[in-house]
Design a protein around this ligand. Structure first.
Ligand code: IMP
Length: 207
């Protein structure tokens, strides 16, 4: 049996504004007050693990310890099958430049590698998300979500964040960048994991 979240306030353990915006929207129906690690100026721990769950745990436990609040982290990324699952856990790293993150560059790298390898269409891929809800006493709960789809080029759409402009989920023609936030959350990796979190840890708040 998962531990229920009974506290009124939850910290979102992320400095990524796109992620925090989406997590806030997903939490909005449940009457939890949300603050983010960025707003509290908490230090960003190094993501030294090579799995989504390992890095999600690092972020949530560091934030819970520093803030004294139950803390929710999201570690996520995109796996491209013809690239052997890359960038995967290193999705954010592919966008790193000395001047900050450049996602257009990262998406171009994905496409260039697919072209170089002559990868057949459809260029299947999936977004994965692991959520970790950690309490200051060290307890945690883990939930995984995913959404299957394919990579397209050129980039399309101004909505969302990260790699949204080159990903089309199965059964859709528009990229995640062309969907509204509500349309994206109807079926994406984050809402998939969130549904499991809500069912397990928000039993009093559902319905
Ligand atoms: P991390 O979880 O902070 O290591 O970073 C995950 C990276 O995956 C983000 O910086 C995004 O580039 C990408 N990512 C995760 N979720 C999404 C999404 O919903 N849309 C687009 N990109 C995403």
């Amino acid at each position: 049996m998962a531990r229920a979240l009974t506290e009124p306030k939850l910290l979102v353990a992320s400095h990524n504004k796109g992620k925090v915006r989406e997590i806030r929207a997903l939490l909005a129906p449940y009457g939890v007050e949300v603050v983010s690690a960025g707003e509290l100026d908490l230090p960003e721990p190094a993501e030294t693990e090579d799995t989504f769950v390992g890095n999600a745990r690092i972020k949530a436990h560091a934030a819970a310890k520093a803030s004294g609040l139950p803390s929710l982290s999201d570690d996520s990324g995109i796996e491209v099958d013809a690239l052997g699952g890359q960038p995967g856990v290193y999705t954010a790293d592919w966008a790193e430049t000395p001047e900050g993150r450049d996602f257009a560059m990262a998406m171009e790298k994905v496409w260039t590698l697919l072209e170089e390898r002559g990868a057949p269409e459809p260029r299947t891929a999936r977004f994965r998300c692991t959520l970790c809800l950690a309490w200051p006493d060290g307890h945690d709960e883990i939930f995984d979500g995913k959404v299957e789809g394919r990579i397209t080029w050129p980039m399309r759409g101004e909505n969302g964040f990260g790699y949204d402009p080159i990903f089309i989920r199965d059964g859709e023609t528009r990229t995640f960048g062309e969907l509204s936030q509500e349309e994206k959350h109807a079926r994406d990796h984050r809402s998939d994991a969130f549904g499991k979190l809500v069912a397990a840890c928000f039993p009093e708040r559902v319905g």
